[in-house]
Structures are given as C-alpha cells and as structure tokens.
Design a protein around this ligand. Sequence first.
Ligand SMILES: NC(=O)c1ccc[n+]([C@@H]2O[C@H](COP(=O)([O-])OP(=O)(O)OC[C@H]3O[C@@H](n4cnc5c(N)ncnc54)[C@H](OP(=O)(O)O)[C@@H]3O)[C@@H](O)[C@H]2O)c1
Length: 173
Amino acid sequence: MKLLENKWALITGSSRGIGQQIAMGLAERKCNIIVHARKAENADKTIGLLKPYGVKTHVVTGVLDSVEGVEGIIRAVEALPVKLDILYNNAAIMSKWQPMWQIPQAEWLRVFQTNLCAMVQLCTAFAPGMKERGFGRIINLTSGIKDNPELTPYSVSKAAVDKYSRDLAYELR
Ligand SMILES: NC(=O)c1ccc[n+]([C@@H]2O[C@H](COP(=O)([O-])OP(=O)(O)OC[C@H]3O[C@@H](n4cnc5c(N)ncnc54)[C@H](OP(=O)(O)O)[C@@H]3O)[C@@H](O)[C@H]2O)c1
C-alpha cells in the first residue's frame, strides 16, 4: 500500500497488546515505526518483531498519566531526525473494577489524564505540523464498552475520546 510507504507513525503503547499488532500491521505496509513504551526495555520485543519487515524504527519513552510525561514524549519525538506523518493514539488504561459509588475522584483523574488528556496533548502538538506539510493521519482508539458501571471512568473516557475525535475531524476537514 503506497500511501504508507516510508511514512513515520508514532503508536502510543506499542510495546504489547493491540499497539504491538498495529505496529506490525503498519510495518507490513512499509511504514516506519516510532515505538512508544514507558521504559525503553519494554519496547525491545516490538523492535524485534518489526525487524523482518525491514522498516526503520525509533523508540520513545515516557508516561501518559501526567502532563509533564506527555511533554517529554513530544520532545523526544521532535528530537528525532524525522517528521511525524501518522499519530496512532492507542495506549489507554482500564479503570479498576469497583462499585460505582466507591470509585475515588483520583481514579477519574488518572484515567481521564491517560486516556483523553494525553491524546489531546499529542494531537495538539502534532496535528498543526501535519497540516502544514500537507499530509497526516490521526487515529484515536476507542472502545465499544458499555453497561459496566464498575468501569465507568474507563467507558466515559472513551465516550469523550469519540466526541473529541469528531471535533478534531471537523477541524481538520
Ligand atoms: N484489549 C481489549 O480487549 C480492548 C478492547 C477495546 C478497546 N481496547 C483499546 O485498545 C487500546 C490498547 O489496549 P490493550 O489491551 O492492547 O492495552 P495493553 O495490552 O494494556 O497495553 C497498554 C500499552 O499502553 C502502555 N501504557 C500503559 N499505561 C501507560 C502509561 N501510564 N503511560 C504510558 N504508556 C502506558 C503500555 O506500555 P508499557 O509496556 O511500557 O507498560 C502498553 O504498551 C486501548 O486504547 C484500549 O482501550 C482494548
């Protein structure tokens, strides 16, 4: 697929799970990959899995659960000798399974920071450059979760991701 050939994609949370599969799927289409994980060693397995595809790779590290952590990730990407073409906001955390009335406020803030606010920060950092260069793709991963009040910080954060993504799409139409 020529569209993705030699492009650069950052996939948050690509050290395992769905993010790792996305990295391999894009690499199969000859897209170069910036693997993201919390620690460099967490990215080793994905980097190994990407080798057979012959694409170029970089690793960036940092946490999404704080504004400063996301700023560090943005700085690390900007310091690379490449321009970002594709931002794949994959990483998210599940909230702790607990009765609705016992969910602490801190849990809401932790989940919203990681699943929504970090995504907004990354889109805000990278979308204008994509627009200026005349090419860009942003994918925000959501979830079909519903009717699980015990996981409501997670499901509400994903509903917010849906709404944010619709507004972002309109802005970039
Ligand atoms: N799994 C499902 O059944 C399912 C269903 C619907 C939607 N989804 C969505 O799919 C996406 C991926 O889910 P998954 O199940 O593949 O996730 P996962 O296996 O738990 O992987 C999470 C990834 O996010 C990174 N991560 C976790 N906490 C982080 C933090 N605080 N700061 C920075 N990075 C962090 C991890 O990095 P480290 O390796 O460094 O820890 C890892 O790479 C999420 O958006 C999720 O909501 C998943």
